[in-house]
Design a protein around this ligand. Structure first.
Ligand SMILES: Cc1cc2nc3c(=O)[nH]c(=O)nc-3n(C[C@H](O)[C@H](O)[C@H](O)COP(=O)(O)OP(=O)(O)OC[C@H]3O[C@@H](n4cnc5c(N)ncnc54)[C@H](O)[C@@H]3O)c2cc1C
Length: 435
């Protein structure tokens, strides 16, 4: 069986690895000059030479089981490439701190919550009650609503809501709690906070994103006889399935929804999916890198800033010195739509620098260089009841992959990887699509 995979992001690569491991001949067609899609290394230039920069600071969690499994399959050792730390939410500027101890679940969450500082006992009891209610309902909501409505309905207020639930929701769904799907948030809580102890850990990349998966995946695919064609944009999928003059038994379309729309609209069988995807809206992510002198360090690898309050912009700052061995390099993360989008790069860095000084309550030297990366369509906007297409398309032999097809998850690496595996397994079953 010959399978073409359109798109060399994490979904397409996951599909290609899964198929290669099963002895299938794959060809990956990628429009860009490099693999990785929305999770990729970026070339350093000028002042950034010698530093490890990505298109965006990515956070993985222990619950990303399929990502970790495929990393191991292709020989990208998660122990070396990811720094595993217990979940720690530290907002020094606001006096809030929560760290999950290394104890078996659910003790880790219970003790972590009760030992948290910067919030009161009634907030802690209310948060525990909220988790119990979700657990009792097996994390299924009767009807989907926004995260803000869900939190309000369960009286989640005060600092614990502000520094635990809201940032977790924003980080995982990249959509403000006022717009985000409560059901998808509940799924995230089910698999992370309410999962095994190891599932709650943060896994922060200790190398550039290319090394974390795409480059080892490419080596694995090629070692198994697969082909990777970079700088090859596919404009149309013909039936019988033909790509670039070559005939394939199956095609897996693993591109972002905004790119899938035009390809799917060209075939009558998939035009309804194209119409569904055309209604999607998107959320941006900004990553501001600031290069300080090497002695500048954060007290922990990831620090919360008070973004949103009193006109502040920063949400998280990561110490890439302790993570990636590039001392002095900080990455500030700005998730979803917000005031940060209106700031030019100079103003943004000056503002974030000031916010970091305020959080640390000390003066810092000025950054020596900076680089701001804005991904305007970083993820789909994860609204309540967002329709998501199935992996099997109505066009015979065409399968869909990509973070947007993994219905249980928001747009994440794990969603992308799972979607690729699902499409690959579907294609392998050799069952004709209903037509
Ligand atoms: C800045 C940023 C920060 C993020 N942070 C996190 C995080 O902390 N944790 C997390 O889990 N997730 C995070 N995400 C989300 C995560 O990166 C994505 O969900 C995931 O990478 C999507 O992978 P994908 O393979 O589905 O799609 P993509 O990465 O979009 O891959 C699709 C590929 O298809 C190619 N392509 C498109 N059209 C064609 C065509 N016609 N022919 C050939 N090739 C084509 C594209 O070039 C691309 O390489 C972040 C995303 C961004 C942008």
């Amino acid at each position: 069986m010959k399978v073409a995979i359109i798109g060399g992001g994490w979904a397409g690569l996951a599909a290609a690895v899964e198929l290669s491991a099963a002895g299938v001949e794959v060809s990956v067609f990628e429009a860009a000059r490099q693999l990785g899609g929305r999770a990729r290394r970026i070339e350093a230039n000028g002042h950034t030479l010698g530093h490890t920069l990505d298109n965006g600071q990515h956070i993985l969690v222990g619950a990303y089981r399929e990502t970790l499994r495929l990393m191991s399959t292709v020989g990208a050792d998660p122990e070396q490439l990811l720094k595993r730390i217990p979940l720690e939410l530290s907002y020094p500027g606001a006096g809030f701190h929560l760290r999950l101890p290394r104890l078996p679940a659910p003790l880790n969450l219970a003790i972590g919550l009760f030992a948290a500082s910067g919030c009161n006992l009634s907030e802690k009891l209310s948060a525990t009650r909220f988790m119990r209610i979700l657990q009792a309902s097996k994390y299924r909501l009767e009807t989907d609503c926004t995260v803000a409505e869900l939190l309000d309905r369960h009286q989640q207020q005060g600092n614990l809501c502000r520094y635990l639930w809201e940032p977790l929701s924003l980080a995982a769904l990249n959509t403000s709690p006022q717009l985000a799907s409560a059901q998808i948030f509940a799924n995230v809580l089910r698999d992370s906070l309410a999962g095994r102890r190891a599932d709650t850990d943060l896994l922060l990349p200790a190398a550039d994103l290319d090394r974390v998966f795409p480059s080892a995946a490419a080596d694995f695919i090629q070692a198994h006889g697969g082909k990777i064609r970079l700088s090859t944009r596919i404009e149309q999928i013909h039936t019988p399935l033909e790509i670039e003059g070559e005939t394939f038994d199956r095609v897996i379309l693993a591109v972002a929804p905004q790119h899938a729309t035009s390809l799917l609209a060209k075939q009558a069988e998939t035009s309804a999916i194209a119409a569904m995807l055309a209604k999607y809206t998107y959320e941006p992510i900004g990553t501001a890198y600031a290069g300080y002198s090497p002695e500048v360090r954060l007290p922990c690898p990831m620090l919360g800033l008070d973004g949103g309050s009193k006109g502040k912009l920063g949400q998280w700052v990561f110490d890439r010195g302790s993570l990636c061995g590039t001392p002095g390099v900080m990455s500030f993360v700005l998730s979803a739509q917000g005031a940060w989008e209106q700031s030019d790069s100079e103003t943004l860095i000056t503002t974030l620098h000031g916010e970091l000084e305020e959080a640390l309550a000390r003066k810092l030297p000025q950054p020596l260089w900076h680089r701001v990366i804005r991904e305007r369509r970083a993820t789909f906007c994860c609204r309540p009841n967002l329709p998501r297409p199935a992996a099997q398309s109505p066009l015979r032999g065409l399968w869909l992959a990509g973070d947007y097809t993994c219905a249980d998850y928001p747009a994440t690496l794990e969603g992308a990887v799972r979607s690729g595996i699902t499409a690959a397994r579907g294609a392998l079953m050799n069952r004709p699509a209903s037509q």
